[in-house]
Design a protein around this ligand. Structure first.
Ligand SMILES: C[S@@+](CC[C@H](N)C(=O)[O-])C[C@H]1O[C@@H](n2cnc3c(N)ncnc32)[C@H](O)[C@@H]1O
Length: 322
């Protein structure tokens, strides 16, 4: 899919307006009706359409947390542990997420400073819920840190895999994401001494697991290119992280991460889930890759950011399709 720069978008808008003007002129000549008459007719059709859309919003009154529902994208503003997703039970083909890291990140609504035991308990709960939602040949790609370095060292990655196995998921592989974020560190431990040095790997993990069967039960259309398949089946992925400032979220992943997981591990039109959607990166990527997607996010500021991103994406797509 091609992206438009802001100046290309501006140019398109001008051309579009000119095109609409020309078209109305043409219709008014063919129909022998005034220019104003045609515009009024068009406006009343648009208003009728909006009324129909508003009525269809009422259909979701029993689902008050569904805050975005367009073009096979659903976003719920809720706690993942509480939101009712029972209609998708056994239907999710691929889960892609980066859960809260419990590194004291200020996520607004979510408390990211649980004790490590509480954090592992939360991990077990959300994995259990996800297990129910996955199809038997469904897969999960979970982006987590290797270690927790603040307030006592903990092997988050290793503990996560253990919990996921306890819940019932089967282990497939791990992708090491080299974020190229070699910030200057001062936490050396004992500097130039074997007394108590600290080793920190500047990488993140993407754990790949599945519910019951790794091989997909039904084949469908893959969308991965040959060179991508060759490169991405090598489990060390190198691409930069996303700018927190640009997105307005404290820990977004770049669209490249879900894009690779989606192309490598799912078929066209598959159903994707991100239980911790944040700024909506997985949703953006799933739409671009022609998959259906469900996201859940607890914090209303991030919900706003995600909705804004999705609306802009759909607008761009509409202009491209015009
Ligand atoms: C690491 S961030 C995900 C960032 C996302 N991948 C992106 O690109 O923007 C984790 C997100 O989980 C959200 N969160 C924390 N607890 C949650 C819960 N119980 N239910 C739903 N969302 C939650 C946080 O508000 C935060 O936005």
């Amino acid at each position: 899919m091609k992206y438009l720069t802001d100046s290309q978008l501006k140019e398109l808008k001008i051309r579009l307006k000119w095109g609409i003007f020309e078209r109305i002129k043409e219709i008014s000549q063919i129909e022998g009706k005034s220019f104003n008459f045609i515009i009024n007719e068009l406006l009343s059709k648009i208003l009728e359409n909006i009324a129909v859309q508003n009525n269809s919003k009422d259909l979701f009154k029993e689902k008050p947390n569904l805050v975005f529902n367009k073009e096979n994208i659903q976003l719920y503003h809720n706690d993942y542990l509480k939101v009712d997703l029972s209609e998708f039970s056994g239907k999710i083909n691929l889960l892609i997420t980066s859960p809260p890291y419990n590194l004291g990140i200020d996520y607004g609504k979510h408390d990211d400073t649980l004790s490590y035991e509480e954090y592992l308990d939360f991990t077990e709960k959300w994995l259990q819920k996800s297990y129910e939602l996955m199809a038997d040949d469904g897969r999960i790609c979970v982006n987590i840190p290797l270690d927790k370095n603040k307030n006592g060292l903990k092997p988050i990655y290793a503990d996560f895999v253990e919990i996921a196995k306890k819940v019932g998921f089967k282990y497939q592989s791990t992708i090491v994401w080299n974020e190229q974020n070699i910030s200057r560190r001062t936490a050396w431990g004992s500097w130039l001494s074997a007394s108590a040095p600290y080793v920190i790997a500047p990488v993140e993990m993407i754990v790949v697991m599945y519910k019951k069967y790794w091989k997909r039960l039904k084949k469908s259309e893959s969308t991965i290119e040959k060179d991508e398949f060759v490169e991405w089946t090598n489990g060390v992925w190198t691409f930069p992280g996303e700018s927190k400032k640009r997105i307005g979220h404290p820990a977004p992943f770049p669209t490249e991460l879900p894009r690779r997981c989606i192309r490598l591990f799912s078929f066209k039109n598959d159903l994707i889930l991100d239980p911790f959607a944040g700024s909506g990166t997985t949703l953006v990527s799933a739409f671009q890759e022609c998959r259906k997607v469900i996201g859940v996010e607890i914090d209303e500021n991030y919900i706003r950011i995600a909705i804004d991103r999705l609306n802009k994406l759909l607008q761009r797509q509409q202009i491209l399709n015009f």
